[in-house]
Ligand binder design. Sequence first.
Ligand SMILES: C[S@@+](CC[C@H](N)C(=O)[O-])C[C@H]1O[C@@H](n2cnc3c(N)ncnc32)[C@H](O)[C@@H]1O
Length: 257
Amino acid sequence: MIKEEDLITLWIDTKRTYLVKVRKGKKVGSDKGALSLDDIIGLEYGVEVTLSTGNKAYILRPTLIDIYNGLRRPSQVLYPKDIAYMIYSSGIKPGDTVLEAGTGSGFLTISLAHYLGDNGKVITYDIRQDMQEIAKKNVEFLGFSNRVVFKLKDVREGFDETSVDAIFLDMPDPWNVVKFAYQALKPSGSIVIFVPTVNQIEKTGIALKNNGFIDIHAEELILREYQIKENAVRPKNIGVMHTGYIIRGRKSLKSSV
Ligand SMILES: C[S@@+](CC[C@H](N)C(=O)[O-])C[C@H]1O[C@@H](n2cnc3c(N)ncnc32)[C@H](O)[C@@H]1O
């Protein structure tokens, strides 16, 4: 049942999808008509509603993709396909503690916070306060403030934490952080790095090999959306052609026997 302060997706059509927090006395407007949020309190998610113009719309429970499309993103942010694989391949689980740099607009941060749950922690570093302010607003909007710690620090000087479960890097020169990541990680813990160019893969991969990481992989994910139209099903004309590469490895320990 929808309550005040809940997040909803107002789905009018594929081009008009709005992420909204339910507040009494507020309206959501669009060129297809407006919806008074008072009218949806107490309804079930999935319900069809009528806009002020008579057009129909639906109230959906937001997915992470809806959240991704609905939040502010002044910096280049990671794409859902990359975020999903970074989380999947890292081996983290709800309740874990992870480090992240840089925070940027906080899109990876919120995805990690969503996945780790109320007992988990994302400790996220950035050198830019203005970026972290935006990320903080996004984290607060989603109600994840208790799961995220923001730190204003250059991670090329090291992390403050030790024994963390995984480390995620999306910054220009991750190879300068690899030795500090090794110190901060639990043995067997994953480092997962995103870089936009092939040149960065080489430097990062070599740094991982030289600093005690094993099980190193560099991968690219390609996602194509298809239009669903009778007799004209084919890839959509417009789409994201390139995002970047994911490099990952695991912390090894020297033999103790
Ligand atoms: C591309 S953005 C990260 C986007 C983020 N992953 C997201 O999905 O919203 C890169 C961020 O790294 C930060 N950064 C760059 N060098 C850094 C460093 N040495 N230590 C900490 N943060 C750094 C930048 O200020 C910037 O905000």
